[in-house]
Design a protein around this ligand. Sequence first.
Ligand SMILES: [Zn+2]
Length: 237
Amino acid sequence: MKRKETLLNTMGIKLNHSIDEIGDEHVGTSHNTPLREDAFEMPDELKIELIEKHFKDIMSVLGLDLTDDSLKGTPKRVAKMFINEVFSGLDPKNKPKVKLFENKYKYNEMLVEKDITFFSHCEHHFVPIYGRAHVAYVSNGNVIGLSKINRIVQYFSSRPQVQERLTMQIGHALTEILGTEDVAVIMDAHHMCVSSRGVKDVNSNTVTSFYGGKFEKDEQSRIEFLQYVSLGQIANK
Ligand SMILES: [Zn+2]
């Protein structure tokens, strides 16, 4: 999956599929989230108001009675949830502020933070993708507070996503923040658009990876990382 996307990027191909062409294939077209230039000109309050209105229309088209006590608050709830929670990572103002610390204890081995739970949404169906992220880096002299790694994973997850792009966005962000290429990310996720609809496969997971620097060049580093996250069998394939 990663290879396909990288190839497309290298060739500078801008895919312009119709919705039907993309269908259930979950093909991503770039590692930048496709946003319009004016994406953040509208204040959040107005976005919430508009989404509320449009979601009300969708519910109404479905034939739901919006005067019902249980339903009447739903459009507003959905609108607030989109802007303030599940899609808050679209807006750069919500990007976590990260402070680095000097690596005083001269720890030069890889640091692995594994089993970071994340929740995202598939951009083709707007249903949840959830799973675990495993992140590793080798310090170049600076270290990052561990909870900041969780926050970075959460930030990029809080967008409509495809898993390949999400993995690359986290990898690239950490590379930039930490000032080292020696970054690895693995994401192991369950896609509800695969389990709850369509092919209805409840057992399959999707694994994507990002390897930079020594994780890309040195097989031993990669194997070590995969063994820490108990995916060692993949490394030995
Ligand atoms: Zn989907």
